[in-house]
Design a protein. Structure first.
Length: 165
């Protein structure tokens, strides 16, 4: 309770000291700033943007600046993985080759790696320490803090701390 009282007294003293300052100094500084601002030069119309900044490049063949050509690259082709499975070989008189079957292989998407257990353990340890230091009953506070920390840590580990494979 004495810490709260000390904090309130210090903040009240700082507020009183800040409100009681001499406002003449600030008025003089404000007048000086306004006078300097009124003397500032307006926008200078001689400034320009270079052709390179506007996206032009000098063409030595024509002797003029022309827009930079924009080349588009073709979109990459999607590649399907194909595994070939051979069936029983039968000999045909006309071709003499074995019959094969093409099977398209489509792997299932990989599962994300979640850190639920690890973050729940970290949260339980942190919650136990905080609960024991804050509470009057150290054991009860530590147990409640550990339970709350484990739940929050598990939620964070399952939803936020996820590694994509």
């Amino acid at each position: 309770m004495s810490h709260v009282r000390t904090l309130l007294l210090v903040s009240a003293a700082m507020l009183a000291a800040a409100c009681g300052r001499d406002s003449a100094k600030t008025d003089d500084a404000l007048k000086n700033d306004l006078a300097l601002a009124s003397q500032a030069q307006p926008y200078n119309a001689t400034q320009f943007t270079s052709p390179a900044e506007m996206g032009y490049v000098f063409n030595p063949n024509t002797g003029r600046y022309e827009p930079v050509p924009r080349y588009t690259t073709p979109a990459p082709q999607s590649v399907q993985r194909v595994a070939t499975r051979r069936t029983a070989t039968t000999r045909r008189a006309s071709t003499g080759r074995s019959a094969g079957t093409r099977v398209v292989y489509d792997p299932a998407p990989a599962e994300p790696i979640r850190h639920t257990k690890r973050d729940a353990a970290i949260g339980a340890a942190a919650g136990a320490v905080i609960g024991a230091t804050v509470s009057r009953d150290k054991v009860k506070g530590g147990l409640i803090g550990a339970a709350a920390g484990a739940v929050l840590g598990g939620i964070v580990g399952h939803t936020v701390d996820v590694d994509k494979p």
